[in-house]
Design a protein around this ligand. Structure first.
Ligand code: C5P
Length: 312
């Protein structure tokens, strides 16, 4: 049953991420792919409230911004935010519980790390609720045990990710970028897209090279020109995502035709993001993309923004 949030709850706001570059190496013996990626947190947020519960009791409700239950999100221990809260309690040897209520704006299974964001928010919220002596590095260590994208949701901003994505190096990216997101009405499974990536690379007959980021992209980010960054956006999972959901090719073509300076699939998809040359160009692009009818919904966001933060 949904918990009614109270004044005593700790509320955390946590952003979605996009990958400005996602270079993927050959699958390793652990079943993961080595990555070289540039994460950026963008201004699309979930809000997560955590409240006290009896020891050992953890519950979660995921609601839309208007308060309706969101389908397709587990409401038990399979939910990554519940696992985050449990792991934190166990790590700090606390006999505690928590009710977690998520107000979800980040698309589910959309390639924007929404589940990881909620887990990061649960870690930060529970650490405050239980008054743990846990600094950012401690929480990042717990986050890395939960999933590849969870540490970045705590950090935010712009960062290079290596390893599985959890090994982070913050980047000083100047300026603010204006994006238009094209949301889809289906979700794509991240492991499924990685599997398709493996099949496509096996069919090509050679392992993909070790993943590297181009110096061109890193120096373009050190400037702040969207026109320079746009053509350098790259996602090695894009072909696999399009293969699983061919309509994405039409979405990408529409965004480019309508004036984006660059556009790619976000993470494992199906959300696509388009970089606009300016705020007014982003407004125009979002209107035209909506009018074109190629996607379910369009959102205008900016990046970078900070990672998970306690609010209120
Ligand atoms: O780490 P996380 O649980 O978010 O990853 C979900 C799935 O995505 C993994 O089970 C794996 O199949 C795939 N993955 C991968 N290589 C990565 C990150 C994720 O193969 N670096």
């Amino acid at each position: 049953m949904a918990h009614a949030p109270t004044e005593a709850d700790v509320r955390v706001r946590v952003p979605a991420k996009i990958n400005l570059a996602l270079r993927v190496g050959p699958i390793g013996p652990d079943g993961y792919h080595p990555l070289a990626t540039v994460f950026q947190a963008v201004s699309l947020y979930d809000e997560v409230a955590v409240g006290e519960a009896p020891a050992g009791r953890f519950s979660i409700a995921t609601l839309s911004p208007s308060g309706e239950p969101v389908p397709g999100v587990p409401d038990d221990d399979r939910n990554l935010a519940v696992r985050a809260a449990r792991l934190l309690a166990q790590t700090y040897r606390r006999r505690v519980g928590a009710t977690i209520t998520v107000r979800k704006s980040i698309p589910v299974a959309g390639g924007m790390a929404g589940g990881s964001a909620d887990a990061a928010a649960a870690l930060l919220g529970c650490a405050a609720l239980w008054q743990l002596d846990a600094g950012p590095d401690d929480l990042a260590g717990v986050a890395a045990q939960l999933g590849s994208d969870v540490p970045f949701a705590l950090l935010g901003g712009t960062a290079i990710g290596r390893g599985r994505g959890e090994d982070l190096l913050p980047l000083l990216a100047r300026g603010s970028y204006h994006y238009v997101l094209a949301l889809d009405d289906v979700g794509l499974s991240t492991p499924g897209v990685y599997r398709r990536f493996d099949e496509l690379t096996a069919a090509a007959g050679a392992d993909p090279p070790p993943p590297e980021l181009s110096n061109e992209l890193l120096s373009a980010l050190a400037g702040s020109s969207a026109r320079q960054v746009g053509p350098l956006l790259v996602n090695d999972l894009q072909r696999a995502a399009i293969d699983q959901h061919p309509r994405l090719a039409d979405v990408l073509a529409a965004g480019r035709r309508l004036g984006a300076v660059g556009g790619i699939v976000s993470g494992s998809g199906p959300t696509c993001f388009f970089l606009a040359a300016s705020e007014s160009a982003a407004v125009d692009l979002s209107i035209e993309l909506t009018r074109s009818g190629v996607c379910r919904a369009v959102r205008r966001v900016t990046g970078p923004v900070p990672g998970a933060r306690v609010v209120g």
